[in-house]
Design a protein around this ligand. Structure first.
Ligand SMILES: [Zn+2]
Ligand SMILES: [Zn+2]
Length: 177
């Protein structure tokens, strides 16, 4: 594909969001699979999926399929809050660990899902200036403090819903199931 066709930010946003969905497919969470990547100068410098810490038992080793009557939402919620690290945080922490690709100042974080209040305050503090997500996340609005931090740090927060019927999306997500 000629480079010219990928000139617009929108196109790059789609590419990186689709890669985030491919990442999400590797998550071991029974409830919800999330993928995030950090990009600087159009290069991926970190990736993350939601799940337990490295070396720990995975969510899917403990809980049955979400569609199973045995799956207990409340039990998973408590387990997840205590033990699972969100994809955005895993991407930030992997970057801290490996140090690849320079610092985070001015970088963009892509996430399949809207970052929660907890994650977004950490993303803002990391120097990331642009946050692009696809799916809405069902939670109450960000706190006034978060909204103030977004404004004062000139963070661009964008929802860009990926076309889930596109060939690239179908290929990456369906073939990875
Ligand atoms: Zn889980
Ligand atoms: Zn989060």
């Amino acid at each position: 594909m000629p480079v010219e066709e990928y000139k617009s930010t929108d196109k790059w946003d789609d590419i990186f969001l689709i890669i985030s969905y491919a990442m999400a497919s590797a998550s071991h969470c029974r409830s919800y699979k999330v993928g995030a990547i950090i990009v600087k100068d159009r290069r991926i410098i970190s990736t993350g999926i939601n799940g337990t810490a490295e070396g720990c038992t995975n969510c899917d080793d403990i809980f049955p399929e979400k569609t199973s009557p045995e799956f207990n939402r409340k039990e998973h919620h408590d387990f997840s809050t205590a033990n699972e690290i969100h994809a955005e945080m895993n991407a930030l922490l992997f970057k801290a660990k490996n140090g690849i690709g320079g610092d985070l100042n001015g970088a963009t974080l892509y996430c399949t899902t809207q970052p929660c209040n907890e994650c977004i305050k950490n993303i803002i503090q990391s120097g990331i200036k642009r946050i692009v997500y696809s799916d809405s996340y069902n939670f109450s609005a960000y706190s006034d403090f978060i909204m103030e931090a977004i404004k004062n740090n000139k963070i661009e927060l964008v929802q860009r819903q990926v076309k889930k019927t596109s060939n690239a999306f179908m290929f990456l997500t369906e073939s990875l199931k």
